[in-house]
Design a protein. Structure first.
Length: 307
């Protein structure tokens, strides 16, 4: 049974990570935002990849709105000659278990045409779920949240906008045909919005780094989906940031209501998620087919229906 390429960016304890700022000559005293950089996206299955460089060498990243930092694999540390800070130890909890690692300092990093200022990144263990996939790391929220982010994955492009949002600023320009989702309960820059599954209101993480959408086993149990029920469902395997693959059930739910759309009799992967406010992860199986604007300044997500 082949593990799904589900890179779940549930990484905890971002203490001490410096936040990069766009290095440009934008006038932040004037209302309005405009494109800072466009970054091409390549899809590997449902997972969006972006390309760049570290220390002048080509680098491949998962575009991961569910990761609160830029994260590199241990192989990438050797490949790019990253300096380690052995005094800083981080703990990551996600699909595949718990990992502990040092921080690294990246001094010459680009994503597309975006120059990322020197800052700390976290490391994934050599036996993490993305080891050996050709991916060097996760491009996460510590950089993305500096901007307003236009995720146009159907057209394989992400545009980062810079500027100043005023109360009367219209952003995105395509907002009238989108559904605005309140993300005010988000934590560590990762967008958490509300979704309704079989009448139950749940908190869901918008996570482009997850290939499939997931429901936590504790939320499923609260909805009456017991372990006995799940034992009769199909089984899949998930690979993530941890060192192992995780068995998970695939259960069909009656209705899923999200962003103005209703989905009937849709399967969700049910698995254990780390403790916290997140009941569900909305993955790239949904996000890759819709245009999405992440307003980090307003803590809102705008989701346009598919064509």
């Amino acid at each position: 049974m082949r593990p799904l390429f589900a890179l779940i960016g549930l990484l905890l304890l971002l203490a001490g990570c410096a936040t990069p700022h766009p290095d440009d000559d934008f006038d932040f005293d004037t209302c309005g935002v405009r494109p800072r950089v466009q970054i091409p996206v390549t899809m590997r299955g449902n997972v969006p990849l972006v390309f760049g460089s570290i220390s002048g060498k080509p680098a491949v990243f998962v575009l991961d709105t569910g990761a609160d930092a830029v994260v590199l694999t241990e192989q990438a540390v050797t490949k790019f000659g990253i300096d380690l800070d052995t005094r800083a130890v981080y703990t990551g909890v996600g699909i595949g278990g718990t990992t502990r690692s040092f921080a690294g300092v990246v001094r010459d990093m680009r994503i597309g045409d975006l120059v990322v200022p020197p800052h700390r990144v976290r490391l994934l263990a050599a036996n993490s779920g993305i080891a050996g996939t050709g991916v060097d790391g996760l491009f996460g929220v510590s950089v993305l949240s500096v901007f307003e982010v236009d995720l146009d994955l159907p057209n394989r492009i992400v545009t980062l906008y810079a500027g100043r949002l005023c109360p009367d600023t219209v952003a995105p320009h395509w907002a009238p045909r989108a559904v605005m989702m309140d993300a005010s309960r988000s934590e560590r820059g990762r967008f958490t919005v509300q979704v309704t599954v079989d009448g139950y209101k749940l908190n869901a993480l918008l996570d482009t780094g997850a290939a499939v959408s997931l429901l936590s086993s504790r939320a499923a149990l609260a909805m009456g989906v017991t372990p006995e029920v799940l034992s009769r469902d199909g089984i899949t395997m998930l690979a993530g940031i941890g060192p192992g693959a995780t068995r998970a059930a695939v259960h069909r739910f009656g209705t899923i209501d999200f962003a103005g759309e209703r989905f009937n009799n849709r399967p969700l992967v049910v698995t254990e998620l780390p403790p916290g406010v997140i009941d569900m992860i909305i993955g790239a199986d949904y996000l890759a087919h819709r245009r999405i604007w992440l307003s980090y300044a307003r803590r809102r997500a705008y989701i346009a229906p598919p064509p």
